[in-house]
Design a protein around this ligand. Structure first.
Ligand code: AMP
Length: 417
């Protein structure tokens, strides 16, 4: 029997209902902030990710679904969506007028990852990107939107963890202080960190190795080495978050490793996930658009994993809300046509209804109804046709009653399964 490809799964039933609920909430909340959806292709040219995600990253080095197409192009199944959105915005000249441009996306991403719980090779992300505004106010706007999104989904005790990584101009001052600190205790850091301190010192700060984290105790803090404008930006963001009542904490080890990331970096933690577990991350990337060949346009954005979010919601809220349809079972040939007509009236009135179209015995239809979890069964046989009624069976209690056909729509709409 054929199986789905390793790391790729089919979505249906209860899990998919959470996906749908999350997507609907995202569209509603982002739409009211003025963000428009963008859908970019799954395949992008290799260069897009080499230049954005970075040639030294694990994603580009080890995890990309990369191949040569029949025309000899080096293409990649996107491992994330920001690079594609920036590529599209440049290609279609959407960033030429200095207007703010606000986009969100919902889509599948692909990474050839080692299998572990909650990690897949095809997974979904929802993200929002705002282009053209460099102010801390634009960050507050985006974080407020994110806060509403997560709150409306029912997540509690959200904490925004923030930091500033300054600018490429101000970073050498921090690097010097940090390298001096590292040199004094170099033997306590892992091999990877020894490589990082040469090539990309900020990445030492978020090394996953516990010994390295312990060795970092008392490390110099980037926010003490910011240029004046970045320091003002960071201070202003903290004022805004305080004024808006968005709970935040400063995390001097929260970094983004690539040069085009500037100033604000953030993660969101939720008590629903247990201690120290981040739900998502994002930040400012003022230099990426130019780096990918576009105009000099600042940007801020974030991405959240939909698979993980659905799993958390299932854990804290149980099954996704799912109004089960009623089932209409016609008995006999004449009733079948009448049932189609009645079902049409009910569908047009907005009632969720499944129609049994196999014909045949009631017993078979009732067995299927049970297996499908149907709560309300409507039976239309010759007797009912004569009397203009429906026999209604409530599956949970086994109770049976008779409804006038004319009242079916309103009674079904009022029912709570
Ligand atoms: P990243 O792009 O690595 O910063 O990840 C952003 C979000 O995508 C995180 O919230 C993760 O939950 C999610 N994510 C990343 N990789 C995977 C994966 N392999 N499977 C499921 N979710 C993922």
């Amino acid at each position: 029997m054929a199986q789905s490809v390793k790391g790729m799964r089919d979505l249906f039933g209860a899990e998919l209902r959470w996906f749908q609920h999350i997507e609907e909430t995202a569209r509603r909340v982002f739409g009211r902030h003025g963000y428009g959806e963008i859908r970019t292709p799954i395949l992008e040219e290799l260069d897009v990710f080499k230049r954005s995600v970075g040639e030294s990253s694990d994603i580009v080095n080890k995890e990309m679904y990369q191949f040569t197409d029949k025309g000899g192009r080096e293409v990649v199944m996107r491992p994330e969506n920001t690079a594609g959105v920036v590529r599209a915005a440049i290609q279609h000249k959407l960033l030429q007028n200095n207007d703010p441009v606000l986009f969100y996306y919902i889509g599948q991403q692909f990474r050839y990852e080692r299998m572990q719980t909650g990690r897949y090779r095809q997974f979904w992300q929802i993200g929002a990107e705002s282009f053209g505004v460099a102010t801390p106010e634009s960050e507050a706007e985006s974080l407020l939107m994110l806060h509403s999104f997560l709150t409306e989904l029912g997540l509690k005790s959200l904490v925004f963890s923030i930091n500033s990584v300054g600018t490429p101009e101000s970073r050498p001052a921090f690097h010097a202080a940090f390298r001096a600190f590292f040199a004094q205790r170099a033997d306590r850091f892992c091999e990877d960190c020894h490589r990082r301190i040469e090539t990309n010192p900020l990445r030492v700060l978020d090394c996953k190795n516990e010994r390295c984290q312990a060795a970092l105790e008392g490390h110099p803090v980037i926010t003490d080495h910011l240029d004046e404008a970045s320091a003002r930006h960071h201070a202003r963001l903290k004022v805004l978050l305080t004024e808006l009542g968005i709970p935040f904490e400063e995390n001097p080890r929260l970094v983004r490793g690539l040069d085009y990331y500037t100033r604000t970096a953030f993660e969101v933690l939720s008590s629903d996930l247990g201690a120290q577990s981040a739900l998502l991350g994002g930040g400012r990337y003022d230099l990426l658009v130019k780096h990918l060949g576009g105009p000099d346009v600042p940007a801020f954005g974030w991405a959240i994993g939909l698979d993980r979010l659905a799993m958390v919601l299932q854990q804290v809220r149980g099954e996704a809300p799912a109004p089960a349809p009623a089932l209409l079972i016609p008995l006999g040939e004449r009733a079948m046509l009448e049932a189609l007509k009645l079902a049409r009236t009910l569908w047009d009135a907005g009632v969720a209804l499944q129609l049994e179209t196999r014909g045949g015995a009631l017993k078979k239809a009732m067995t299927s109804a049970n297996r499908l979890g149907i709560q309300t069964v409507l039976i239309l046989g010759d007797g009912e046709l004569e009397g203009g009624t429906l026999t209604v069976k409530h599956m949970a209690t086994g109770e049976q009653e008779s409804w006038p056909v004319s009242e079916a729509a309103s009674r079904l709409a009022a029912r709570r399964d």
